[in-house]
Design a protein around this ligand. Structure first.
Ligand SMILES: Cc1cc2nc3c(=O)[nH]c(=O)nc-3n(C[C@H](O)[C@H](O)[C@H](O)COP(=O)(O)OP(=O)(O)OC[C@H]3O[C@@H](n4cnc5c(N)ncnc54)[C@H](O)[C@@H]3O)c2cc1C
Ligand SMILES: NC(=O)c1ccc[n+]([C@@H]2O[C@H](COP(=O)([O-])OP(=O)(O)OC[C@H]3O[C@@H](n4cnc5c(N)ncnc54)[C@H](O)[C@@H]3O)[C@@H](O)[C@H]2O)c1
Length: 481
């Protein structure tokens, strides 16, 4: 029997995953709605996560003038006293504009944006409770995409007050730039915010229970970052767990498992995130989440229920805005039988610390573990004309190349525009290119992209030296080789 539903697709959550799922389904001619809280259009990405943190970083880079200190001297500043309102005005402007863009995109694709929080009444029926007008409605949908994202995990024994003890969402509501701060958790969020506040002059202590930070990145680049952060008066407490945090009107004391005590004006927790599924009444849809609130999906982003898909942070790794968008597009394509390719396995990682890090492909340690022979070429920004012009003397680009077939296996960048530059390497790797493409290609000058050319020539020189030596050995001692 044909069943008629209010919508062909209901999307829960308007972050990057939800938006792209909705737009893809609308492009395929389906009737679509997106449900989210009135104040969260654009999701965590636009309101509390990616966009606010990246805008804050840009404002800090500009106002502190730190990028130009190599040129104008260590005391160079655009503004002597940087206030929270200096930082927030730019943030509000960008967030406001981004929200408008998203609303306009949904409207022009005839997607209904329903304000409120959704929960299942049965596998095809949703209740929507408006958090602004106290209205309540129910709707039915043939297919559902869950794109509800995550919220900061809050350990139960820590008394978050939003003033002295904050999570990474609340950090945007600080009323002044703190003189000192403890950041708990050196994941990407913790290290990014720690570097932003250190650049503002806050004395930051970063506490992490693992023995190192960002251990998935190239160790040489992580060392360079740590050197920079120490230079901005940051202290590291690795291999240490937080036992308790106490706060008073005057500040906070963080006690570590080892007994150390750290005094600071504020403490920010960035120790992981929890999937937003508790509110969904998943059992009424025939679904369950794991202990961290996350949903399991197959390679088409389909949950255990055939007509319900899940995308974005709520399905866990890699939990990036970039991947969430494509997951949403692919889930909607699959739901409505539109052929689509799987995502390319080669995905970049961008870490917006000050200075920034980005990479794509393998690290030296991974390749050594896999017994893959490789050669490394390095280019330092201080030897590039563009590096001198912009005053970046610390940046570097590392190219890892297979010693035998000369294919590019990894590119690791540290410094200005790292998160943009990485895509050149990604494109060459994705198309199966070798280091010779870079050796034989003319690049604009003076640019930071020239780093690729310099690193490629460095690799080519090393490979040639090995080849020449080997050939000489063969000629002089043919019987021993
Ligand atoms: C501080 C920070 C910095 C980040 N920086 C980067 C970065 O530089 N680059 C990058 O790629 N990624 C970054 N990320 C990760 C990125 O923000 C996420 O990967 C991305 O936002 C996930 O998108 P999503 O589609 O899962 O939805 P989200 O953006 O997580 O949004 C989920 C939405 O669902 C809504 N929702 C939840 N429950 C319900 C319900 N029951 N009913 C209706 N709506 C509901 C929420 O209100 C929210 O609006 C960062 C994250 C944080 C926290
Ligand atoms: N630039 C980007 O792409 C970007 C930026 C920010 C966030 N994100 C995404 O957001 C997700 C969440 O980031 P996150 O940093 O919150 O989570 P995370 O899980 O990556 O990091 C949390 C860190 O906190 C540590 N930790 C946990 N409890 C601790 C304790 N009691 N004491 C000391 N250390 C403790 C953990 O060992 C871990 O290293 C990431 O998976 C990432 O994909 C991406």
């Amino acid at each position: 029997m044909e069943h008629s539903y209010d919508f062909d697709l209901a999307v829960i959550g308007s972050g990057p995953g939800g938006q792209k799922a909705a737009i893809m389904a609308a492009k395929l001619g389906h009737k679509v709605c997106v449900i989210d809280s009135q104040r969260m259009v654009g999701g965590v990405c636009v309101n509390t996560g990616t966009i606010p943190s990246k805008t804050l970083r840009e404002a800090v880079l500009y106002l502190t003038g730190m990028q130009l200190r190599d040129i104008y001297g260590a005391s160079y500043r655009v503004k002597d006293e940087i206030t929270i309102s200096d930082l927030l005005s730019r943030l509000q402007h960008v967030v406001g504009r981004e929200t408008e863009v998203i609303r306009a995109q949904l409207i022009r694709n005839h997607i209904e944006l329903l304000p409120g929080m959704a929960s299942f009444l049965d596998p095809h029926t949703l209740a929507v409770e408006s958090d602004s007008t106290f209205e309540h409605r129910t709707l039915t949908a043939e297919k559902v995409v869950i794109a509800t994202g995550t919220t900061p995990a809050r350990p139960k024994h820590i008394k978050f007050d939003g003033v002295r003890i904050l999570d990474s969402d609340q950090i945007l509501a600080l009323d002044k730039v703190p003189d000192s701060m403890v950041v708990v958790g050196a994941g990407v969020i913790g290290v990014e915010y720690a570097s932003i506040f250190a650049a503002l002059g806050t004395r930051v202590t970063l506490v992490e229970k693992r023995p190192q930070m960002l251990d998935f990145c190239d160790p040489e680049i992580v060392e360079s970052l740590k050197f920079h952060l120490r230079d901005h008066a940051m202290s590291f407490r690795f291999g240490e767990e937080v036992a308790s945090v106490e706060s008073s009107g005057r500040g906070t004391i963080t006690t570590l498992g080892s007994g150390k005590k750290i005094a600071a004006e504020v403490v920010m927790y960035s120790a992981g995130r929890q999937g937003n599924t508790a509110q969904l009444n998943l059992d009424l849809a025939g679904l369950t989440a794991d202990a961290r609130g996350r949903l399991v999906v197959d390679s088409n982003y389909r949950t255990a229920m055939e007509h319900i898909y899940a995308v974005g942070d709520v399905i866990g790794f890699p939990a990036l805005a970039a991947t969430s968008m494509d997951q949403g597009r692919l889930a909607a394509s699959h739901a409505f039988g539109e052929p689509a390719n799987e995502l390319h396995g080669l995905q970049p990682i961008g870490i917006y610390t000050i200075p920034e890090i980005s990479y794509c492909g393998k690290t030296e340690a991974e390749l050594t573990g896999e017994s893959v022979p490789f050669e490394v070429g390095i280019s330092r920004y201080r030897e590039l004309a563009r590096g001198q012009i912009i005053g970046d003397s610390y940046g570097m680009l590392k190219l890892i190349v297979h010693s035998e077939n000369r294919s590019i296996l990894g590119v690791h960048v540290f410094g200005t525009n790292a998160t943009e530059l990485v895509h050149i390497g990604q494109a060459i790797m994705g198309c199966g290119g070798t280091v010779d493409y870079l050796v034989d290609t003319v690049l604009n000058y003076p640019t930071l992209s020239e780093a690729y050319k310099v690193a490629a020539l460095d690799v080519a020189n090393k490979l040639r030296a090995v080849a020449r030596f080997t050939n000489e050995m063969i000629i002089s001692e043919p019987s021993t080789l």
